[in-house]
Design a binder for this molecule. Structure first.
Ligand code: ARG
Length: 578
């Protein structure tokens, strides 16, 4: 509909040019917006204001001229001029009915797939080996996964890349520590506490010179491909990733073992890459280190900023890896868009790595690189999220707590569910709540993690949407009537239909901006409109005429399907009963 109006206005504007009412060279962007409430129509445009200067007329006058040329047809039932010259469009009821009737027959629910499907690499989750996944990894994991699902739904080829931190000099001490633990016959449970393991390795390294010596030797051996060190290293990666994979399973994250493309993958590419930069004069030596100077970043004196790609001891850096990584994603996968979900502190780092990759011709100009930046997760006190005693919160414990709280939330519901059903409800509500709390905020800002705001049936929460869904499904269990053709009989129905046909635009917008909160806001509004509809438009009451009942059942079905699909795109489960 929006596009239709846009095209209509484009035609009218070129007509004005032909008639010399508007200078031929006028450039304007024709904007059509969704309105907030029906009083302003269903769509509105400020085009008359935009034309005021080039046409040297009052906006209202122009609006009058434009509206006289807008055909009222089976799509647009009415146009109005409002305020300083806004043009408000009202969609016709027949149009809405037809659109939604055919939307119900479409497995994509009217969502238009990407015009040209693209290969998109999404770098997300990316925890570090021998470290517990921390709360900032939950943001990357949850947001990245939703964006991966959304882009895939639109027909793109999505490559999930779990860029784990599985390389670096710390592996010497970690291997030495693992060896020690194995000699002491440590249980697998003991090894599973990664935070403690890392701390222990560090302690030995700092306090025991013999251990440190051995650790340094192992670094060298690991890097030269020594079999023993490699197998020890692999054990560490496996212990960590098995735990993370459990978390992914619990949170319904679509990452699998085969998506792991950690830093170690790029390690063999680093030497040739830096040699190439040197040979082509793009990098040069400075006090033993190899440095690339970037014109796109300036230092304090306004000179090109130097980025070290090889340290004077021969070691490579996080940035070097990300340059190789960008190159690989283009060469190996043919990526047209690369999105890295990492917290905002990594912004400069990523931009510099990509600038170097482009400057060196490793990444063509038409490949989009985006930092899916996000803010920090804060506690209720506005400080970085910590446990009561000030320690870092372990993700596993956080999810356990979510389940306990969800069980409490659901405990006073007498719904005749079996204990197994109840468990799956608790699980879905808990995981949904944690994920949705994160997804529903604009990711670029910090966000306050607050149990009371996420585990409630009031407001923009997962439990509210899950409940709305299961409430609709319960209607269908109470009747043998089936959905039929939609016919609008009340304004509440019309509002809901208008919302349905915007699903496509919202999914595409969320994909383009890599921002799932746009979809969350839409689903929340849709659920609200459904509740209003359900309050004022009876479905099952005996005095409702059969064709109206069938129409309302179709409306209910459409709401349920969009909620289920939309929540599914966010990686959140829906329940038939709860
Ligand atoms: N492992 C990093 C961290 O824990 C995130 C990696 C992000 N991706 C990248 N290509 N640099 O912060």
């Amino acid at each position: 509909m929006k596009e239709y109006i846009q095209n209509l206005l484009t035609d009218i504007v070129s007509g004005l040019k032909n008639e010399k009412l508007l200078p031929e060279n006028t450039q304007i962007r024709i904007m059509v917006e969704n309105t907030k409430d029906k009083a302003h129509g269903d769509y509105a445009s400020n085009i008359a204001m935009m034309l005021a200067r080039p046409m040297q007329k009052k906006p209202q006058e122009i609006a009058l001229l434009l509206t006289s040329r807008i055909p009222l047809n089976d799509r647009i039932s009415r146009v109005e001029i409002a305020g300083p010259g806004f043009i408000n469009f009202f969609a016709s009821k027949e149009f809405l009915e037809n659109q939604v009737n055919s939307l119900l027959k479409d497995p994509l629910l009217g969502v238009k797939p990407a015009r040209t499907p693209e290969t998109v690499v999404i770098d997300y989750s990316s925890p570090n080996v021998a470290k517990e996944m921390a709360v900032h990894h939950i943001r990357s994991t949850v947001i990245g996964d939703a964006v991966a699902r959304i882009l895939e739904f639109l027909g793109n080829r999505v490559i999930r890349a779990n860029h784990i931190g599985d390389w670096g000099t710390q592996f010497g001490m970690l291997i030495a520590c693992l060896e020690k633990k194995e000699q002491e016959h440590a249980s697998s449970l003991e090894l599973a506490d990664l935070e403690a393991f890392y701390r222990e390795a560090k302690k030995h390294y700092d306090e025991d010179p013999e251990f440190a010596e051995k650790a340094r030797g192992y670094v060298v051996k690991l890097q030269s491909g020594d079999e023993y060190c490699r197998s020890m290293w692999q054990k560490l990666v496996k212990i960590t990733m098995d735990q993370n994979q459990d978390i992914y399973r619990r949170l319904n994250i679509s990452l699998s073992e085969k998506d792991v493309m950690g830093e170690s993958l790029y390690n063999p590419m680093l030497k040739p890459l830096v040699d190439d930069l040197i040979n082509r004069g793009l990098a040069r030596e400075d006090q033993g280190a190899i440095v690339v100077y970037l014109n796109t970043f300036k230092d304090k004196e306004g000179n090109p900023r130097g980025v070290i790609v090889r340290k004077s001891d021969g070691g490579y850096l996080y940035t070097t890896t990300d340059i190789a990584c960008a190159k690989y994603r283009w060469e190996h996968f043919g990526a047209k868009r690369i999105i890295v979900f990492a917290d905002s502190r990594q912004h400069e780092h990523l931009l510099m790595a990509w600038d170097i990759a482009r400057m060196a011709g490793y990444l063509p100009d038409d490949v989009l690189t985006e930092h899916g930046s996000f803010g920090m997760m804060l506690g209720k006190d506005g400080k970085p999220f910590k446990t009561r005693t000030g320690g870092t919160v372990k993700l596993k414990e956080l999810l356990d707590e979510a389940e306990n709280r969800a069980r409490e939330l659901m405990s006073d519901r007498n719904d005749g569910l079996s204990p197994e059903e109840k468990n799956s409800v608790v699980h879905a509500v808990a995981m949904g709540a944690v994920k949705y709390a994160d997804l529903s905020k604009n990711r670029t800002t910090d966000y306050i993690f607050d149990w009371d705001n996420m585990l409630t049936f009031d407001g923009n929460t997962a439990p509210y949407l899950q409940y709305a869904y299961s409430r609709i499904r319960s209607i269908f269990r109470k009747t043998s009537a089936v959905p039929g053709a939609i016919k609008i009989t009340a304004p509440e129905e019309e509002n809901l239909l208008l919302k349905f046909i915007k699903f496509s635009e919202v999914v595409n917008g969320a994909a383009e901006k890599a921002m799932p909160h746009l979809l969350c806001a839409y689903l929340y509004e849709l659920a609200g409109l459904f509740m209003k509809f359900y309050e004022s438009c009876p479905v099952l009451k005996s005095d409702v005429p059969e064709d109206v009942r069938q129409s309302r059942l179709a409306i209910a079905e459409c709401a349920a399907r969009i909620l289920k699909t939309g929540l599914g795109l966010l990686g959140i489960e829906t329940l038939e009963r709860m």
